[in-house]
Design a binder for this molecule. Sequence first.
Ligand code: GAR
Length: 193
Amino acid sequence: MKNIAVLVSGGGTNLQALIDAEKRSEFPSGRLSLVISSKADVYALERAVNNNIKTAVVSWADFKPDRKAFSQEILKLLKENNIDLVVYAGFMIILDECVCTAFPNRMINVHPSLIPAFSGEGFYGLKVHEAALARGVKLSGATVHFVNEICDGGEIILQKAVEVKDDDTPETLQARIMEVEREILPKAVKLLV
Ligand code: GAR
């Protein structure tokens, strides 16, 4: 059985998609065994608790700007819990490379655009969709990729496109893209475990 850790910073709809997929036995040889949040009081933590998944908070606010110490704390938790696969699901902090080098090809991220468009430092959450609309792209989408030392730069595992509509706002585009995130993230976990 592979132990899966999910890293979150917010609402946790992607975490919920993983919880639901686990309940449907979509990755029977994997177990969601730890959720780590970079913020206290986020709904993602409640989702984990409601589903009896162990939680931990490593508050970026307490470590900022010491990225290395923050990352080492997360790495310690991952090792203590014998984690095999790490999933960034709406995790908003770029970790020091000591974490991804400890989990080569065993750490994945879901990003709300078709990488390499609208990706890299500064592109997160609604900002991604604002930039896509400002550029006038007709297609956007979601990507699941391996995490390496380059922000959003690791090998692509899965992508799915969505149409951008003339009357889209960042929020409506985000909602449509989050639907496909919830589809491709569990699929990628299934492939990897
Ligand atoms: C998701 O759209 C995810 O792709 C994005 O934040 C949202 C989190 O939603 N992540 C990034 O922008 C990372 N670069 P969730 O907390 O409901 O899963």
